[in-house]
Design a protein around this ligand. Structure first.
Ligand SMILES: [Zn+2]
Length: 261
């Protein structure tokens, strides 16, 4: 089953989010294509249950909780009656107040907009509290990131939050153990391949997603959504994702060496 990953839906995104920002017109075309082709967008958490009996299931996910999700994506999703999942970085929200953490790259939703999205049938998942690289954190800080974001979302929305997405799209075995211990049933990564349906028994915490980006044409989008041959550009992305993690690990290793040296 394709699990698509979006970030910002904007015409003029700030540079930090530009490569991953999809123009509102392109997004509207993509949703119209899904409707025309008879896809049924399901909440990300439905994947764990196998999305049984659903015709052409697909999951639409949005990372971070940008204000433009509420302004630009939600009306299009509502028009089609499409389900979607937003993974919210709780410390980044516009009115996080004393809970504010980290530095959001662009304008974020306020709690009222997260609630409105949820009321419109959008599934809300967690995306950590301050958007750190989770594998870099010592155990107590890691547990805090996972439980704090989930607790805030559950308190403010009054619903159970059982799903999350890893900041930066990757995890380690230790991070996944902590995610499980914090009460999440499913979590998604970035791997640019299709998610097996139903997921493998040990695969619900590493569900792969396909990146939709500024440069994704409608033809490419149709191929991805259709689960046909994944275009080469995506395979290259996957390698870059892995390469990035390796570079980051090396940098961390160097930092650690220099700190102790
Ligand atoms: Zn993110």
């Amino acid at each position: 089953m394709p699990v698509l990953m979006y970030h910002s839906i904007a015409d003029r995104p700030p540079r930090a989010t530009a490569g991953l920002a999809v123009r509102p017109a392109a997004f509207a075309d993509q949703m119209a294509l899904l409707a025309d082709e008879g896809f049924t967008p399901v909440p990300f958490s439905a994947l764990a249950g196998g999305a049984a009996g659903v015709r052409r299931p697909i999951a639409l996910t949005f990372d971070d909780g940008y204000a433009d999700f509420h302004a630009a994506a939600l009306p299009v999703l509502e028009r089609h009656g499409f389900a979607a999942t937003v993974f919210v970085t709780t410390g980044w929200l516009a009115d996080a107040g004393p809970d504010a953490a980290g530095r959001p790259p662009t304008a974020m939703m306020a709690w009222s907009q997260v609630r409105e999205s949820a009321a419109s049938g959008i599934e809300i998942g967690a995306h950590s509290h301050g958007h750190p690289q989770l594998d870099q954190l010592p155990d107590p800080a890691l547990a805090d990131e996972l439980t704090r974001s989930r607790g805030l979302l559950e308190d403010r929305l009054g619903t159970a939050v059982t799903t999350m997405a890893y900041p930066y799209g990757y995890s380690s075995a230790r991070v996944r153990r902590a995610v499980r211990a914090a009460g999440y049933d499913s979590a998604c990564a970035v791997a640019n391949r299709l998610a097996p349906l139903p997921p493998a028994a040990d695969g619900t915490l590493t569900v792969p997603r396909l990146t939709v980006r500024a440069s994704t044409t409608l033809a490419t989008f149709a191929r991805i959504a259709g689960g046909r041959r994944i275009p080469l550009i995506f395979l290259r992305d996957r390698a870059l994702t892995k390469g990035y993690a390796a570079v980051r690990r090396t940098r961390h290793g160097l930092r650690r060496v220099s700190r102790h040296g």
